[in-house]
Design a protein around this ligand. Structure first.
Ligand SMILES: [Zn+2]
Length: 105
């Protein structure tokens, strides 16, 4: 048995990282720290509900020590627009923060 086969024991979906019983196939792609209070992770996964004809989606999760993990599934086609909006929002936030610092706030 290879390592890949043992890692996916029990799930027939080749790209799925989940083991044991699960309702959603999931591949964990990235885990990014970045919460304001310094504790918390944003996860980016591939996810597909175990339903007939369910499409593979992009899942964003937020994990913090003080609340249960929240997740949301996005249609793959909508993700570039969301990513562009996030990037623009981050640029604006950085500019506004820099302006505040220049003004001595
Ligand atoms: Zn699976």
């Amino acid at each position: 048995m290879t390592g890949v086969e043992s890692r996916n024991a029990g799930c027939p979906v080749k790209w799925c990282d989940e083991t044991g019983t699960h309702a959603v196939h999931r591949k964990y792609l990235a885990s990014v720290p970045g919460a304001i209070r310094g504790a918390g992770l944003v996860g980016v996964n591939l996810a597909q509900r175990k339903q007939p004809r369910a499409s593979v989606c992009v899942e964003l999760t937020v994990t913090t020590p003080w609340a249960s993990t929240a997740g949301h599934l996005f249609a793959a086609a909508s993700v570039p627009e969301i990513a562009a909006a996030l990037t623009e929002a981050a640029e604006r936030a950085t500019e506004l923060d820099a302006a505040r610092h220049r003004n001595g706030e």
